[in-house]
Design a protein. Sequence first.
Length: 403
Amino acid sequence: MTPALLAIIYLSFVSLGLPDGLLGAAWPAMHSDLGAAVSLAGAISVVICLGTIVSSLMTDRLVRRLGTGRLTAASVAMTAVALFGFSTCTALWQLVLWAIPYGLGAGAVDAALNAFVATHYAARHMNWLHCCWGIGAAMGPTVMSWQMAGPAGWPGGYRVVGVVQVALVAAIALSLPLWHDRAAGADASDEGHGRDGVPATRRELLRRPGVPQAMVGFLCYCALESSCGLWASTLLVLGHGVPAQTAALLASLFYAGITVGRLLSGVLTLRLDGRQLLRLGEVIMALGLATLLLAPGELALGAGLALLGLGCAPIYPQMIQLTPVRFGTDGTQSLMGMQMACAYVGSMAFPPLMGLVVERVSPLLLPVVAAALLAAMTVCLEVCDRRAGGVGAKAAVGEQAGR
């Protein structure tokens, strides 16, 4: 393992997380400036997610053609261009157009790097990889709050993050020889193929026991995370009367909880297996949602969001890391793309639905909807583990132990 390459992979996930919290943090001010309804943030989220679904399903083919390194550099560059585009918008339709390249870039990075790390590195690296995503996601709302407090406003927040993305593109481009060396020594050409060397079709992968339940689990988790990430500030402002700037800072505690939790999860992998970490995360998520529902005051609301993020921390990385353990290492890249696409369906469908609930019923229902998604996810993952039957588990575990 090349330490420099691993550092670049971590930086790539910082870049993936940086823009994710921007829209939710800025939207209470953006919708007024653009003359858009509050619920239309969900429409922007839909466009982004459609792009990520398309690019996730194409990632297996793109990785074979470009390699993981070149694909990552191109995708981060695409998101940088989109962020600068967001900063120039004066109407909703312009946001919709710039959301297309952002979604396409984000989906390719997510699917390609997750499959690469799940196949080649130990479980602790997957948690720390997603910890880096959390660092970026927590930094985004903080940067946006800082810029909104000054004359630059929300466009300045998008410009600052766009500049950071450009710097990361340069770092990834300089690292391309390392990606080439890694690919040459890792038998990466076998990824996405069946046991007989023939590529496994999506239909064949869907027939594997537990795969449908795993995909629904991804959908439920990402629906929960994206809805809470997008509407947390609005919950605080419209539901509890918190000032917009304070709400943006409190909302960043959700991503801060994810970041800290993933750092701790990487350590906990030395003592707990992936399934145990999943269950621990589910319990902490439930505690965070209960706090948001029952405890009044800004301090309690911030604590609830931090707990919710802390519980979310191990869920997504462990579902990804368990993919080759549950279903075998053959077809990992293709299956990862399918799972990412299903995850983005959840991210696409639920934020706009939650926006309608926020606008037409009450923003206070956000924790209730999140609790229902948590329950559905928990059931699906338990059924998945029972049905998967450890396909390829011994081999995958042996590989993980040797890294």
